[in-house]
Every structure is written in structure tokens, then in C-alpha cells.
Design a protein around this ligand. Structure first.
Ligand SMILES: [Zn+2]
Length: 153
């Protein structure tokens, strides 16, 4: 599992993008991307760039995987983590979240932001983060681990 280093302006762009897309009434999500083998986030993308209907049902239902992986191959980028918002302070993974990791690779990190990402101040410690352990199993990071694992600089 790699540490995730996020430049402040990209983190703010990510939170703003989730908030604008969620409009306070639906989940939205995106991906933290890096160059092959690196730990520093170099690009943020949102699911709706690959699937316009991703948030139509209110929860994330991403059907743009083919376009996404094509994009990653072309840009020579890989996924460091995914993130999506939840309606309330409850940032526990839903059954669907656990069943459908965006990347089925051990060590993949999924982040959940509370309150449709509307909060004025929102950093990794305000979110929950989970490490994919394979099969359907995940490990939740403590709040302290969140700040260590995902550092905004
Ligand atoms: Zn969820």
C-alpha cells in the first residue's frame, strides 16, 4: 500500500468538484491519479467525465470503466485511490461500496467524504478511508491513520 501525497490545490479541486456535482442531494465521486509507480497525485478526475449518468440514481453507479481505463492507458496514469461522497456524517461503506471496488487490487484505497462534501473545511481526517484486502474484505483506517496515509501538502 502506497502513501498518498496530495498537493493542496488538487485536494481543494477534488472537494469542490464533489460538492458541485453532488448539489447537496446526490453522491458524487472521482479518482486520485498518479504517474506509474508514484505516490504523488498528479491528476484528479470525476466519474461523470466517463459516465454522464453516474449519479442519476442518487448513489454512484459507474458504468464508464472502459473509457476510464482507456484514458489511464493513454495518459500513462494509474489510480492511487477513489473517493465518493455520502449524504450524512455516516462514512461507513455500504454493502455496494464493499462489493464493488473500483480497482480489485489489494491495497487499493477507497475514501468516503461526508455530507455530500459540502462542509467548509474537509480534509482526509474528516473522511473515512478503507484499504481493500481482497475478496470482499476491507480495513478501515483510524482518523489518525487517514492523515498519515493521505497527506495534503
Ligand atoms: Zn458509498
Amino acid at each position: 500500500m502506497r502513501k498518498i501525497l496530495v498537493p493542496l490545490q488538487l485536494w481543494l479541486k477534488l472537494m469542490y468538484g464533489l460538492k458541485v456535482r453532488g448539489q447537496g442531494r446526490r453522491e458524487s465521486g472521482g479518482l486520485l491519479l498518479c504517474k506509474q509507480g508514484e505516490s504523488k497525485v498528479s491528476k484528479i478526475v470525476f466519474y461523470d467525465q466517463f459516465d454522464k449518468s453516474v449519479s442519476d440514481s442518487g448513489i454512484i453507479e459507474f458504468k464508464g470503466a472502459v473509457f476510464l481505463f482507456d484514458f489511464l492507458a493513454k495518459e500513462n496514469l494509474e489510480i492511487l485511490a477513489d473517493i465518493h461522497s455520502h449524504p450524512t456524517n455516516n462514512t461507513s461503506q455500504s454493502y455496494s461500496d464493499m462489493q464493488h471496488p473500483i480497482v480489485r487490487i489489494k491495497g487499493h484505497i477507497a475514501i468516503i467524504a461526508p455530507n455530500y462534501a459540502k462542509d467548509f473545511i474537509m480534509f482526509p481526517k474528516h473522511c473515512s478511508a478503507y484499504e481493500f484486502l481482497g475478496e470482499l474484505s476491507w480495513r478501515k483506517f483510524t482518523k489518525k491513520e487517514n492523515s498519515i496515509q493521505i497527506s495534503v501538502f
